[in-house]
Structure formats: C-alpha cells, structure tokens
Unconditional design. Structure first.
Length: 553
C-alpha cells in the first residue's frame, strides 16, 4: 500500500477475500464450500450473527465463488474478471442493499423488477441485503413469491443480527448459517497478521486487550487498532490502548472492585467521581471491571493469576460479578449508568442494613454514644460484627428481615419494619422508657458531622446541603427539602441509600430516611467554586430529572 494513497479503513483493507481468509466460523465455511463444489448453493441464504463476525464478508465471498471462472476446490480464485469485479465493487450484477434504509415495499418492487432480467456480465445476479430484519412485513410479503421461485440466475443473501425478526414463511425458504462471536485468540491472531503486514509493532498485552474489548467482533477490533495506529508511530502498549480508548488504569479498576467486594461504598463512589472528572467512559469501565472480576474468579478457582482480588474467594467474586453483569450499560434507566454502579457498591451496605436485628426495646436513659469508629468506613465483615454494638444482642431475626436485599425497596421495608409501629405513643426521651431511635435533638447535634460524611460523595453533596432534618419517628429520619427546590427531594429519594448509610454511620445506629418537601429555611447553596462545580455535575448526571433549576445556583 502506497503511503500517498488515501487512508482506507483497516477493516476494509484487511477484509477476507476468500473462504480461507475467514477467521473462525469453520463449520459454516466448510458447508458453503461443499455447496459451491457440488453446485448446490441455495438461491436464498441467511447469515445470522453478532456484528462484526463476517456476515457480509461471507456473502461477498460466496458471490465470488458462484461466479468464479477459475474455482479451486470450492474456493474463489480472487483473480479472474468476475472475482476482481466483485472485489472492486465494479459489477452491475451484484446489488448490496442496506435494508435498514431500504426496508419498504418500494425497495422490494425495485428488486423484483431487477430479478426479471438475466445478469449482464456475471453468471449469477446476486442481491445482498444487510440488516435484513429491518424489512417491513408488507415488503417481505412482496418478496416471498420471488424467494419461492427465483430465476435460476438469481441468488439472495441476507445478513442479520436479529434473525428472529424474520417472518417464518421467509425463514423456511432460506438456508441459514449462524456465525458465532470470535474468540480472543482468533481476533488477536488476525491483528498480529495485520500488524506484521503493516510493519507495526505491539505488545502482546496491548493486542490481547484490544481483542478482549472487541467482545467477539473482528470489525470492532480492527477499527480500534486503526485508531491506535493512527495516533502514534511507536510500538503499541497496553497503557497506550487504555489512554487512547479512554479506559481506566488497572489500579483504579482494582480499587473499585475492592470497594465493591468490601462494601466500602463511599470509596467506590469517590472513585466513580474521579472517573467522571477525567471524562472516562463508564460503559467501557463497566466492561473492564467485569473482565477483571472474571479473571479473579477463574484465579480463585485455581487457574491463572487474578492478583489480590482472587483472595476474596469464589462466592464473593461471583456475587460481585453478578451485580455488575446485571447492569445494562446501554439502557441503564433513570440516574444513568453512574447510579447503577453506585447501587452495585451499595448493595453490601443494604444487605447489612436488612440483616440487622430490629431495634431492641430496652430501658435506657440516654442515647447511645456513637462509636468513634463510626466515622471510618466499615470493613466488610458479617452483619453481626458490622452492626453497632447496642444491637448486637442475639435477638432472633425474623425471616422477613433477612431476605436478600439486592434492591433498595427491600432494604427499605426491612429497615422501616424495625421502627416501632406508628401508633406507638411518642414518649419524650427524658422519661425512663425511651424509644430506641435517635431524637431530633440528637440528630441536630450530629448534623454537621452527617453533612461532612455525606458530602464526601460529591453528587450527594448538594442534596445534603439542601435539606434539614425535620422529624424523627422511631428509626425513621425525615429530611425536609425547600418546597421551591422539590427536584432535590425527588433525586434524594433515589439516592436514599447513600443518605441512610451516612446518617446511620454518624449516629451509630441504622436509620431509614424519608424525604419530604417542607417549608424549611435552608441557607444558600454553597457558593464556593467546588460547590458550583458539583452542582453542575449533579445537573449533568440528573439532567432529565431536574426541571426547576431556575432557583438554584
Ligand atoms: Zn475467480
């Protein structure tokens, strides 16, 4: 390739041109070659499989094979006029149609018109329809008859990532080939070949990292490689791959996973803040974290090296992996991927809260003194030792309280059920028999400390600064948000787990938090640049939720 030639994408330049160059998909290739050899290629075929696995490449190679004038044992020569015309996209007898933009009945009518006339230069007129699941029902109906009785000289090849979107009547007319995702060694092997041919060098780590990130799609791997080779002329390293692709370094991934495994929610949340500050892509980060957990899990079972994480043991690792894998990075729902990742690190905290025995009703004249250690994140230990000392008596835990609480509502109701019934008479703390929750006065005395702890999570800082404790009933703390800024209340509702964790830690007892809009006087939001930055970040994260921002900042 001349250096003055305009840049052509690597995946185009290195696209497989013969069956022999197709990576993976051995069974499919063999079946296709057998069909070509015996002259029994179906007039309608479907290539189904994930993106970047070779569907349209195979369709083109098959088009070459059935037209090749110098066929070699089922393999197109890639040199005869037919092969060259197809390779260079110069023949009028090969139609590559993007069905995503030509999906209607008009497009199918045009195809039906073309089908009537024999090919001009090739032996077979070939129609390749990519993204074919997009074709409309009416259009399929119009195409059905042609597929049932195609002229001898016509071949249809469909490619689709979603074959289940095809009508059954159409599927029954097609010979179907299912392509699988490529393995890391398969992708790495082709990348090595490309690098060698391009005269470029790369570390094994870098190649493996790209191959893993491509998640089975060769085209994605080639696009990444292309991007990387264009940015730097030096030998490619794994660090360079991470830098260019916006990935996170291994230490940060490990730090997050340690927080996830140990339940140190605030550490994990701080880490996520840092990633957002650096503009890292949380989707890629989620993939990296899952990949790292997987390696640790395999190591914990005695294979490979998984670093220090493997010491957490298979049970904890698989539970953590399941939490992360349940996140859909593409459709994370309200609050975005950021919130989903935070909920993942908060899950152990919730589990601890729901595993706590109900508040004991004991004779006590003073409120329990918070443990000094309450200010530091609790280590990940079992619920019995994690519970504040005053709740550590071996009270039998009702089954309804120990249910697994992977969801906030479950933890919520468990914590709420720990509160005395609302009908219980409210007894002032000065009398001998007291409620076991905190008093409002105690809460107010500790408020500055609570604000400090919760402010460590920047996205939660504006929330805690915007509210005041307005009531306590049993173990339920009510936080009032100014009515004019009710959006804070709505967002606080969803971040309640973080608020509850902070309040509970400072008070040294588990509480649940209720958020209400109230006529409260709250000092102005922080005017320091830090606070302003946090608020704007907060708005960015919750942009869709915040409607009445006019009064703020
Ligand atoms: Zn040929």
């Amino acid at each position: 390739m001349s250096s003055t030639a305009p840049h052509q994408a690597l995946y185009r330049r290195w696209r497989a041109q013969t069956f022999g160059q197709i990576v993976g998909q051995q069974a499919v290739v063999e079946t296709l070659q057998n069909g070509v050899r015996s002259g029994r290629t179906a007039h309608g075929v479907l290539f189904a499989g994930p993106r970047g696995t070779g569907k349209t490449s195979l369709a083109r190679i098959l088009a070459k094979a059935i037209n090749c004038t110098d066929l070699r044992d089922g393999e197109p020569c890639d040199a005869c006029p037919s092969c060259v015309a197809i390779r260079e996209g110069r023949t009028l007898d090969l139609f590559e149609i993007d069905a995503a933009s030509n999906r209607g009945i008009e497009a199918v009518r045009a195809i039906r018109d073309l089908v009537q006339y024999p090919p001009g230069e090739l032996a077979h007129k070939v129609f390749i329809l990519d993204e074919a699941h997009q074709i409309t029902k009416d259009a399929w109906g119009a195409l059905l008859k042609t597929l049932e009785e195609p002229p001898e000289f016509v071949n249809f090849m469909f490619a689709s990532t979603e074959p289940f979107g095809f009508p059954a009547a159409i599927l029954s007319r097609l010979q179907r080939f299912d392509l699988r995702r490529l393995t890391v060694p398969e992708i790495a092997g082709k990348m090595r070949m490309i690098l060698e041919a391009e005269g470029r060098a790369a570390d094994t780590d870098a190649i493996d990292l790209i191959a893993r990130l491509a998640a089975g799609g060769m085209r994605d791997a080639e696009s990444m490689l292309d991007q990387l080779l264009a940015t730097d002329s030096k030998s490619l390293t794994a660090d360079r791959v991470r830098e260019v692709l916006g990935l996170v370094d291994e230490e940060t991934v490990e730090g997050f996973l340690n927080a996830l495994l140990s339940g140190e929610a605030i550490v994990g949340i701080d880490l996520l803040d840092g990633l957002e500050d650096q503009g890292r892509d949380l989707r890629a980060f989620t993939d990296q974290a899952i990949e790292r957990l997987r390696a640790a899990l395999v190591a914990s079972l005695g294979r490979g090296s998984g670093g220090g994480l493997a010491a957490a043991g298979p049970a904890a690792l698989s539970a953590a992996a399941r939490r992360l894998a349940s996140i859909d990075p593409v459709h994370p729902g309200p609050g975005g991927l950021r919130l989903q990742l935070e909920l993942a690190v908060l899950a152990p905290v919730e589990a601890r809260a729901s595993a706590l025995p109900p508040f004991p009703t004991v004779e006590r004249t003073t409120m329990p003194t918070p443990r000094p250690a309450a200010m530091t994140p609790r280590p990940a230990v079992d619920a019995a030792t994690a519970a504040p000392s005053h709740t550590r008596q071996p009270a039998p835990v009702p089954a309804s309280v120990t249910r697994p609480s992977s969801s906030a509502p479950a933890a919520k109701s468990a914590a709420a059920s720990a509160a005395p019934p609302p009908s219980a008479p409210s007894v002032p703390p000065t009398t001998k028999r007291v409620r076991t929750g905190p008093t409002l006065q105690f809460l107010l005395e500790r408020w500055a400390e609570i604000v400090e702890v919760i402010s460590k999570s920047p996205p939660t800082k504006p929330l805690i600064l915007a509210c005041r404790p307005v009531g306590v009933e049993g173990a339920v703390v009510t936080l009032g948000f100014p009515e004019a800024q009710s959006f804070f209340k709505d967002v606080a509702e969803r971040r309640r787990a973080i608020l509850e964790d902070g309040v509970s830690r400072v008070l040294g007892m588990p509480v649940s938090v209720r958020c209400v809009a109230a006529n409260v006087e709250v000092s102005a939001l922080p005017e320091d640049p830090d606070g302003t930055r946090l608020l704007s970040e907060f708005r960015r994260i919750y942009g869709d939720d915040i409607v009445d921002v006019g009064d703020v900042g």
